[in-house]
Ligand binder design. Structure first.
Ligand code: NAD
Ligand code: LMR
Length: 337
């Protein structure tokens, strides 16, 4: 017998039937790295998402404990846990959306690129599983360094013959969430603010476009310098405050759920779902770049151009592209050898 918390197919079908009667759509979502600092609150929040009918929680440690715990929440989604590489295929089969926060986080003094050595291999293995078991799933990649792990994922999928650039998205949502929050020092309510953040997800590659903030606002150069620096170094601010205990987990889980929910609303067919993400792109000469994208039934329906930039942002863009080019190349060569 499976453990009590491990719901059987009959339970899944019973719940699916109940939901179908209510006309509610349901998507199957897997979280890889579900027992981690991001994974646990992310799993909890996804269990609360009414668009999720089945939630698979995979990790190499402690997946049964997290699954047992979350399975007691009286929300609609059915939860199942998967532990260790031998259960990866079962975790992935049939999934519509796969969210990946697996991998090691930074400690003070490290850059995100310092994580490449360990996380590149983890992302490669997980993406090989996706290519085999759910090649049509939308992939939300959180593991750092995102600027390199997204190219790694793309190369793995290309090698397997399953690559669809519309379905692979590097999660940069936390940069937008931070930008919206930090704008409060200027008297703006974070709930009403939308700052596009483009480029990538590390240091100078994080490029907030404050000239395009909604509602339209004008900032002094001093305010722009303060905000740009704080947004670019928001991750380091948390890493230092946690003093060796890891990097952002709770705000990241919040951002990941905001982004995953947008992907699911797109899959459902909602109109006008637009968020920033690091994706395959022709907006610049680089093969990947973060900009606003419109999400639809097939993943990315449209990649938006940068829009008008001021002189400060144009200089920032050149710096961002220079660093991004190296990070993308590093990810590509990791697979191509
Ligand atoms: P964590 O160490 O708390 O959790 C990571 C989890 O991944 C652990 O439970 C671990 O067992 C699991 N794991 C390790 N190898 C695995 C494998 N092969 N398969 C499945 N699971 C595996 O770390 P965290 O704080 O949750 O951060 C996870 C990653 O997310 C880090 O790389 C971090 O840098 C990144 N991150 C990205 C963003 C972003 O904005 N994109 C924000 C915060 C953190
Ligand atoms: C973040 O922006 O918080 C994450 O990328 C984690 C980190 O290492 O800073």
């Amino acid at each position: 017998h499976p453990p009590k918390y491990q719901m059987e197919e009959s339970s899944v079908l019973r719940r699916a039937n109940c939901r179908a009667k209510g006309g509610a759509p349901g998507f199957r979502v897997a979280i890889l790295g579900a027992a981690g600092g991001i994974g646990q609150p992310l799993a909890m929040l996804m269990k609360m998402n009414p668009l999720v009918s089945v939630l698979h929680l995979y990790d190499v440690v402690n997946a049964p404990g997290v699954t047992a715990d979350i399975s007691h929440m009286d929300t609609g989604a059915v939860v199942r846990g998967f532990l260790g590489q031998q259960q990866l295929e079962a975790a992935l089969t049939g999934m519509d959306l796969v969210i990946i926060p697996a991998g090691v986080p930074r400690k003070p003094g490290m850059t995100r690129d310092d994580l490449f050595k360990i996380n590149a291999g983890i992302v490669k293995t997980l993406c090989e599983g996706i290519a085999k078991c759910c090649p049509r799933a939308i992939v939300n990649l959180i593991s750092n360094p995102v600027n390199s792990t997204v190219p790694i994922a793309a190369e793995v999928f290309k090698k397997a013959g399953t690559y669809d650039p519309k379905r692979l998205l590097g999660v940069t949502m936390l940069d937008v969430v931070r930008a919206n929050t930090f704008a409060e020092v200027l008297g703006l309510d974070p709930r009403d603010v939308d700052v596009p953040v483009v480029g990538g997800h590390a240091g100078v590659t994080i490029l907030p476009l404050l000239s395009q903030v909604k509602p339209p606002s004008s900032f002094t150069q001093e305010e722009i310098n303060y905000l740009t620096d704080r947004i670019q170094n928001g991750g380091t601010e948390v890493v230092e405050a946690k003093a060796g205990a890891g990097s952002a987990t709770l705000s990241m889980a919040y951002a990941a759920v905001k982004f995953a929910d947008a992907c699911l609303r797109g899959l459902r067919g909602d109109a006008g779902v637009v968020e920033c993400a690091f994706v395959s792109s022709q907006v610049t000469e680089l093969p990947f770049f973060a900009t606003k994208v419109r999400l639809g039934r097939n993943g990315i329906d449209e990649v938006y151009s940068l829009g008008p930039l001021n002189e400060y942002e144009r200089i920032g863009l050149e710096k961002a592209k220079k660093e991004l080019a190296g990070s993308i190349e590093k990810g590509v060569s990791f697979i191509r050898g």
